[in-house]
Design a protein around this ligand. Structure first.
Ligand SMILES: Cc1ncc(C[n+]2csc(CCOP(=O)(O)OP(=O)(O)O)c2C)c(N)n1
Ligand code: SF4
Ligand SMILES: [Mg+2]
Length: 386
């Protein structure tokens, strides 16, 4: 059954003939000879389920049944993405979910079953997403990746998509290991942390949040898969943000990285979680009536009118100060603390389309008459180059 053997997630050999010969189909991520299989969710649901502004229930934002290990942090992130999209009343057909390879990169199959999806190559999600975004700026782009996918093979891709300000929500489901390939340390594993077999990691860790801040991401957050109250509004705010929004979600791998000595285990993150703020996302125009203590809330208005109400937990933390955020993170990381919350937001951010000055109309809908200025205009351009 799915999930009984950690790290291997395709156990239903539905793709084989009775004599064992393979039928044509998709190979599962990097596992030769094994068919991509899935379990569809039953369509029926309780008639009394609450509905959002579009008349959709949570069920309309779900995908297939997860084949990850029972208890995997990634499944909680899936649930938070479903919740955020439901709360924002997003039309599923307006979302493009793009991933790489890994247990984390499998998760887009488990949410938004009626959205566009592309499961790309290991570490290549950012370039595929960038291309799709350039072709059609009208979709909402959700990039889902793992720490191996983004901090090792895809590190360059991660960096360039962030520095270009691609309008996207980039989520890394960070467990500190390569879960799918059986638990090798990834580049986000902390120096000095121990593998399940007791081996010490001697390499320095890459902190993707620190890198994203340095590269100019206009929305940067860190959260924990076990804290849905914190994570759902962060995802909702990131989706409504214009520009590169990055969320690093610590997501324990219960099969390979949830033991004593790991700094990505449920126990470690619960004990060392230092939340600097709490977020409420206000999408309507109604006045703010939330019961805040004076001075403890900061309202950040985003491009599309969404207001972010940031309740300060740490009075010294300023989510509009990039440099201060970078040094705060370093100081707390040195003490072994995992700083979570909305760490930085630039409400005046722009995206790659603004930098390139592209037309408002999605490029994939332009016709030849829009694209070709005519021979007179071309002659003029050519003359100017002689
Ligand atoms: C080009 C390429 N190199 C290596 C692999 C093998 N591989 C598959 S998943 C993976 C690591 C996944 O780790 P991560 O992104 O952290 O995802 P997780 O499974 O931990 O969620 C690797 C090395 C591959 N599929 N393709
Ligand atoms: S990340 Fe770990 S716990 Fe999650 S499905 Fe993969 S092997 Fe299992
Ligand atoms: Mg991983």
């Amino acid at each position: 059954m799915p999930g009984l053997v950690p790290g291997i997630h395709v156990f239903l050999f539905l793709g084989q003939d009775v004599d064992g010969r393979d039928k044509p189909g998709h190979d599962e991520a990097g596992v030769a000879g094994v068919r991509m299989t899935y379990i569809a969710k039953p369509k029926f649901h309780h008639p009394g389920l609450p509905k959002n502004d579009l008349g959709y229930t949570h069920r309309d934002y779900e995908g297939k049944i997860s084949t990850l290990c029972a208890g995997c942090g990634h499944d909680s992130i899936t649930a938070s993405i479903i919740e955020a999209c439901y709360e924002l009343s997003i039309e599923p057909h307006r979302v493009a979910k793009i991933s790489g390879i890994g247990c984390s990169s499998k998760t887009p199959d488990y949410f938004l079953g009626n959205s566009h999806g592309f499961n790309s190559v290991h570490g290549r999600m950012p370039s595929v997403l960038t291309g799709a975004n350039l072709a059609n700026r009208d979709l909402i782009y959700l990039g889902v990746s793992g720490d191996g996918d983004s901090a090792s093979i895809g590190f360059g891709q991660f960096a360039h998509s962030i520095r270009r300000g691609v309008n996207m929500t980039y989520i890394v489901e960070n467990n500190g290991v390569y879960g799918l390939t059986k638990g090798q340390f990834s580049a986000t594993a902390d120096r000095g942390s121990k593998s399940k077999k007791g081996v010490m990691n001697t390499d320095n860790a890459i902190d993707l949040v620190a890198i994203a801040l340095q590269l100019g991401a206009s929305f940067v957050a860190r959260s924990f898969s076990g804290d849905k109250t914190q994570l759902v509004p962060l995802i909702a705010a990131a989706i409504r943000h214009k520009g590169a929004a990055f969320i690093d979600v610590i997501s324990p791998c219960i099969a390979f990285n949830n033991h004593a000595g790991s700094t990505k285990s449920f126990d470690y993150v619960r004990e060392h979680n230092d939340a600097v703020n709490r977020l409420d996302v206000l999408t309507g125009r109604e006045p703010i009536t939330v019961d805040y203590a004076p001075g403890s809330v900061q309202i950040v208005e985003q491009h599309d009118g969404t207001r972010l109400a940031l309740r300060k937990i740490d009075a010294d933390y300023d989510a509009n100060d990039r440099l201060a955020a970078m040094s705060f993170l370093q100081r707390h990381a040195a003490k072994g603390q995992v700083v979570t919350g909305l760490l930085y937001v630039d409400p005046d951010s722009e995206d790659l389309h603004a930098s390139l000055d592209t037309v408002e109309t999605p490029l994939n809908t332009l016709e030849a008459k829009d694209l070709c200025p005519g021979s007179a205009a071309l002659d003029k351009i050519n003359a100017s180059l002689r």
